[in-house]
Design a protein around this ligand. Structure first.
Ligand SMILES: Cc1cc2nc3c(=O)[nH]c(=O)nc-3n(C[C@H](O)[C@H](O)[C@H](O)COP(=O)(O)O)c2cc1C
Length: 200
């Protein structure tokens, strides 16, 4: 398996450093229990008013028809590599509060936080998660009967990272590209907007 640890400026948890969005997956099933643990990690995320707006649709690789159906909900460029994942997930959030139906401004935030926890749990188990905004929401709504008030947000490809050799030239280039991030001074402010925070 390839390793592409983040070249961090400050120390962070190893599982955060080791996470990256691989395009190369080994096409094999997950051991039993793994997906349940990933969703358990999502389940224990914090959420505004403990609303837990997150929902997930899942298809494991060995459920061949279900896996193909879910793959068809991704845009074609994502299908090309995600077809090798061990499992596919579609994330869906409830947009309103359960108690009064009023809009929950934190609905996508909380889904994202739960997805982050799922992702890091996966890394801790030697798995990789590649998130995708490139999904076809109308197709997901139709195929899975998503009710009004719920929104498909992302797809996730989950599996075992493979070496880049299995990839097309274009994907190999993207897989091997330098990992870059904006520096903290561009987004951690103190005193006023765009004033870099003075931290030890
Ligand atoms: C919400 C979201 C949507 C994304 N959509 C796609 C996508 O449709 N296709 C894709 O190849 N990568 C997608 N990515 C992966 C990003 O390109 C990737 O996270 C980013 O380049 C940083 O790379 P890293 O995750 O390896 O650190 C998405 C990531 C997120 C968080």
């Amino acid at each position: 398996m390839t390793s592409r640890p983040a070249p961090t400026d400050h120390p962070i948890l190893d599982h955060l450093r080791q996470r990256w969005s691989t395009f190369a997956f080994e096409p094999r099933p997950l051991p039993p229990g793994e997906l349940r643990s990933l969703f358990e990690a999502a389940r224990w995320a914090a959420s505004s008013f403990n609303e837990q707006p997150w929902h997930f649709l899942v298809a494991a690789r060995d459920q061949e028809d279900e896996f193909a159906r879910m793959l068809s909900c991704l845009v074609e460029v994502n299908q090309a590599w995600a077809q090798n994942a061990s499992a596919l997930v579609l994330s869906v959030t409830r947009l309103g509060f359960t108690r009064d139906g009023k809009p929950n401004a934190m609905a996508r935030h909380d889904l994202g936080l739960a997805t982050g926890q799922l992702t890091i749990e996966a890394v801790s188990r030697g798995l990789a998660v590649h998130p995708m905004g490139g999904i076809v929401p109308d197709r997901i709504r139709e195929l899975y009967g998503i009710p009004e008030g719920f929104e498909p947000v992302t797809g996730l490809a989950i599996g075992f990272a493979a070496t880049a050799e299995s990839l097309s030239e274009e994907l190999r280039r993207r897989e091997m590209a330098e990992r870059v991030r904006r520096p903290q001074r561009d987004f951690v402010f103190g005193g006023s907007w765009e004033q870099p925070a003075e931290l030890d």
